[in-house]
Write a protein that binds this ligand. Structure first.
Ligand code: IVH
Length: 688
């Protein structure tokens, strides 16, 4: 792509040509991002093109022009909404991509303030950089009168009716001055985005690509009721024009004031005085970014003192007193080399992309799931395409879609293979299923998948028995099913290349340890369709022995809390097969634990309640507290909402959960009150 060209020592005309190409590329991507809400390339690649243009313009000042996109903010103003001229321009931010660039910015700030002669440290406010859509909202005498997008920074679009329907943004402010303009980011919470995509998939429609684009599209709807139905949220982070407000000394004070006015201000903000503290803030959020229910793409660092901000001023595009510290990207483009199909333990055929390796989301990715045939067809990715790959946190890498502008004419659509790549049996798509299956019970790929699943963490957790060893042992005929693992002839293994006595001893120890795992793990390890850890726990806890589960019929299993008819039927059908009978027999002969702890039914004191736990409790681990709540009929979601019965706080609770509980009037209780609640179902009475 244009941003990765090397400069060498080019002639003036080749530089001019590259500059031209970069400018038109940036204008094109600006239009896609800001006007169409449909960016084609990830932010990091856009940033790289802009960087390249900035460098060339700096090295060749004669070629810099006033209309270059490096001199402007955002995109063109669309005509779909009425124009709004911003009283105070809505600026963009300069970026720092590493610590050195952050320090270079801090040095420019200190020099700009002539701080050598001043003793006081600069003082910064660190904030999260929300990946959403910038918006300016104007209140007059406390009433919302106008809301606008950023547009080109000077003129935005009037989206008042849409913003008025966003429930977290107040239409009236408390104790407001004559005029206050607040700037912030409208975003779509990840939970809302995921739920929307579940609906899309159920309706056979293409998934939305990411929360930012979806928020942008939702905000710029012609029908405000569509926006209102999308459950958008907002964090305020900057003041625009203010008339008649209090005298504020610092940006931190301004944010506190916005919160007092009743506006949502992100609690994860911090005043600090050194760059080391800034870096501690950014490092912490780089690690914890996925603990939040909204996407961030970095941190924003602002000089706190407002008089210092004024002294530093701005360039044409961005203030000198602030910097965006960008996190490494979670989306990149790369080439889709081919699409292959893998067969899982249940025979499910999953298409996946084989990629030109790309560093994204902290690791090199060369394969990514494509989910199922419908998704491949809806995304219409074709071998040879440039595609956008996303890897966020622990989530497995995913191909989001093709970059259509880079697809040559005549590239053929991909077709799902008709036969199993492992056993050549014809693949089948059962009626009403989103997935295609290999139904050959002796398919080698399924066998491999079943044994790997059995040895995995969620199953019997047999260390050292991973994909390649399982494949090797199958290949040599040592194992055909998980039960065979316990009857391997180690003398034959010792004859294989690469197997010393130490490896064999370690494998034997791991197999011996696996024999004592809880019954629920064994049940999960069997890979029965629909049976996950909680269903397995429920069965083990209720029946106490695998034989009792084998003897039970589907109706009696379905009555158990946490099981239900789908799991019950699947489990009953599984244990009716001769393969299951033989397998359990091998487990019995090998001496595996087949007994489960019989659970005494706890009284359902929390029926209908929803408790959120934050911080460390003395008497419960995180999982233990969740178990205590659920076993008494309560729910234990990860975040506070209007439906939360109480927030239980231990040591060092999360600031965002606490402030949300306070905002929503959700009772906050300590561990002692939690104990009482578990036993009696009663919340402590308050003396208010
Ligand atoms: S301050 C004059 N603070 O990032 C300063 N911006 O890449 C205006 N953004 O245009 C921006 N979180 O849309 C600021 N805490 C934050 C932010 C933030 C996200 C967005 C905003 C801005 C863009 C710049």
């Amino acid at each position: 792509m244009a941003g990765s060209k090397s400069s060498g020592s080019p002639s003036d005309s080749s530089v001019a040509a590259e500059i031209d190409e970069l400018r038109s590329s940036i204008n094109y991507h600006n239009e896609r991002y800001h006007t169409m809400d449909a960016p084609e390339i990830p932010d990091v690649e856009y940033d790289m093109i802009v960087r390249r243009l900035q460098e060339l313009e700096a090295a060749h000042p004669g070629l810099a022009t006033a209309d270059s996109p490096t001199q402007a903010v955002g995109g063109a103003v669309s005509t779909a909404f009425a124009p709004v001229t911003h009283t105070v321009p809505m600026m963009s931010l300069d970026n720092a991509f590493n610590r050195e660039e952050l320090e270079a910015w801090a040095t420019r700030v200190a020099n700009g303030l002539d701080l050598a002669s001043e003793a006081a440290p600069v003082g910064y406010v660190c904030e999260l950089k929300i990946d959403g859509v910038a918006c300016s909202i104007r209140y007059e005498n406390g009433e919302m009168v106008q809301a606008a997008t950023r547009g080109n920074g000077r003129v935005g679009e009037d989206i008042t009716a849409n913003v008025a329907g966003i429930s977290v943004i107040p239409n009236k402010l408390k104790n407001a001055p004559a005029v206050v303009e607040v700037r912030g980011e409208v975003y779509m919470p990840v939970g809302v985005f995921d739920a929307l995509n579940v609906e899309m998939e159920a309706a056979g429609l293409p998934r939305y690509v990411n929360p930012r684009n979806t928020a942008a599209g939702s905000l710029r709807q012609k029908d405000p009721s569509v926006t209102a139905g999308r459950n958008l949220h907002f964090w305020s982070y900057q003041l625009g024009l203010v008339e008649g407000g209090p005298t504020l000394g610092g940006h931190g004070d301004a944010l506190d004031w916005l919160a007092e006015l009743g506006l949502p201000v992100n609690p994860e903000r911090r005043r600090v005085s050194t760059i080391d503290q800034v870096v501690a803030f950014t490092d912490n959020w780089l690690e914890h970014r996925h603990d939040l229910d909204y996407e961030i793409d970095g941190a924003v660092v602002k000089v706190d003192t407002l008089s210092r901000q004024r002294a530093l001023g701005s360039t044409a595009k961005a203030p000198r007193w602030a910097i965006a510290y960008k996190f490494p990207p979670e989306e990149r483009t790369t080439t889709l080399k081919e699409i292959q199909v893998s067969i899982g333990r249940t025979g499910k055929a999953t298409p996946f992309a084989v990629l030109e390796p790309v560093f994204v989301g902290g690791s090199t990715v060369q394969m990514a799931t494509l989910h199922n045939d419908d998704q491949v067809q809806l995304k219409d990715v074709r071998p040879g395409d440039t595609v956008i790959v996303r890897k966020a946190g622990d989530v497995i890498p995913e191909v989001l879609g093709p970059v259509l502008s880079e697809r040559p004419k005549g590239r053929r659509k991909w077709k799902f293979p008709s036969n199993c790549p492992a056993c050549n049996t014809q693949l089948i798509r059962p009626e009403g299923e989103a997935h295609i299956f290999c139904v050959n019970p002796v398919c080698p790929a399924q066998r491999q998948g079943r044994i790997e699943h059995f040895t995995s963490r969620g199953g019997l957790d047999i260390e050292g028995m991973g994909e390649s060893r399982v494949a090797l042992f199958i290949e040599h005929g040592f194992i055909n099913d998980p039960g065979d693992l316990y009857f391997i002839d180690w003398a034959e293994v010792a004859a294989l290349e690469g197997f010393g006595q130490t490896s064999i001893d370690n494998l034997n120890a791991a197999l011996a340890a696996s024999k004592t795992r809880p019954l629920a793990n064994l049940l999960v390890g069997l890979g029965v369709r629909h049976l996950g850890p909680s269903g397995a726990e429920a069965l083990a806890g209720h029946f106490g022995h695998i034989d009792a589960i084998i003897d039970a019929d589907a109706e009696s299993m379905a009555e158990i809390d946490g099981v239900g008819p789908t799991i019950a039927q699947s489990v009953a059908a599984y244990f009716a097969t001769p393969e299951a009978e033989q397998l359990v027999d091998k487990f019995r002969r090998a001496g595996l634990n087949l007994e489960g702890p019989v659970r005494s039914e706890a009284p359902q004191t929390l029926d209908g309640m929803s408790l959120v736990v934050s911080g460390t409790l003395d008497g419960f681990s995180r999982d233990g507290a969740a178990e205590a709540i659920k076993s008494r009929g309560g729910k234990n979601p990860g975040s506070v909402s209007k439906k939360t019965t109480a927030l239980v706080v231990g040591a060092e609770p999360g600031a965002s959960k606490l402030s949300k509980a306070e905002d929503l009037g959700v009772p906050v209780i300590d561990e002692a009150a939690f104990q009482v609640l578990l036993e009696t179902g009663q919340l402590p009475t308050t003396n208010e």
